[in-house]
Design a protein around this ligand. Sequence first.
Ligand SMILES: Cc1cc2nc3c(=O)[nH]c(=O)nc-3n(C[C@H](O)[C@H](O)[C@H](O)COP(=O)(O)OP(=O)(O)OC[C@H]3O[C@@H](n4cnc5c(N)ncnc54)[C@H](O)[C@@H]3O)c2cc1C
Length: 347
Amino acid sequence: MSQTSRSPTSAEVVIIGAGPCGLFQVFELGLLGIPSQVIDSLARPGGQCAELYPDKPIYDIPALPVCGAQELVDRLLKQIEPFHPQFHLGQEVTEFTRRDDGRFRVVTSAGTEFDAGAVVIAAGVGSFQPRRISLESADSFEGKTIHYRIRASSALNGQHLVIFGGGDSALDWTLELAAKAASVTLVHRRPEFRAAPASVAKMRELVAGGRMRCFEALPHSLIIEEGELRGVNIKAPDGVVHALPAQQLLVFFGLHPKLGPIAQWGLELEKKALRVDTEKFQTSLPGVFAVGDINTYPGKKKLILSGFHEAALAAFAIQHHLYPQKKQFLQYTTTSPIMHQRLGVPD
Ligand SMILES: Cc1cc2nc3c(=O)[nH]c(=O)nc-3n(C[C@H](O)[C@H](O)[C@H](O)COP(=O)(O)OP(=O)(O)OC[C@H]3O[C@@H](n4cnc5c(N)ncnc54)[C@H](O)[C@@H]3O)c2cc1C
């Protein structure tokens, strides 16, 4: 699903954000025959629905009396299949500039570069960033011996590890690495875990079998010798500080959204949201549109339903921006042969 390239990819439309509104934008553009490239800093599509509340039911999606948040994402992905969007996941859009010819240069953290005719910012509440451990000097070890995401788990084999967190990521990695690392110690601030009960039960089995350790404690300070990380001190609920020798710390305190680079792109902002009109959902820069939670206008409500409406109208505006000579007329998916062809529906 993801690809990286060094030479610019020419695109009609680049969509920044693969949350529900970015995904529905693919659909609305697809109906008009316009293909999309979709970028998201997360490793999977779905935005807040997939990342923050995948198992929760949503009750206000039209015609679906109840729909799980992840189920909604899966349904949207199914709905856009006929349009074969190109996904570029695990990449944050870091650079954005308007070129002299009116097109846009969009560059991601992975070095993927696009030359786009129009851009839709569907970045929600921003790009999700890992919550960092607040210990002195922790930032200087980030990506070396303190990790917030794991890219190559094989590098951790045979190492002494301390893992912080109580959610699914912390438990999944604990279980996976318990068999491969020299030692694994899990540290969580509370006795209860947010992770799946089956994972917690498995972890407790490993602890009972002496294959790993688990502490209820808070991080206290890093143990650093001659500039190298040697472990971490943790503070137990009784206030006693324990030293845990370790070569690598893995921290899974969850993710929080950050508007990030979008704030630097020279687009008009109002309270950390992009100001748009309600005809085209265009930002202060012609050719750049914004849908979903990232935009603001009088009466804006941050609902999925609102983002879907915005995506429909933005698609027509994008078509006009890309092809100003083209005559626009409204077609129904029920009866339009060209839309059936695009959707792969036999007439
Ligand atoms: C607990 C909870 C329950 C909710 N329940 C409901 C409900 O019942 N009904 C309802 O309508 N709404 C509900 N919402 C709100 C709903 O989830 C949001 O309105 C919706 O997710 C907005 O979709 P979006 O596509 O605009 O943005 P998001 O879902 O936030 O997705 C934006 C995506 O953009 C990506 N991104 C941001 N910046 C960059 C960048 N620079 N580069 C690359 N990618 C980037 C992010 O990683 C993210 O994946 C709920 C929200 C929460 C937290």
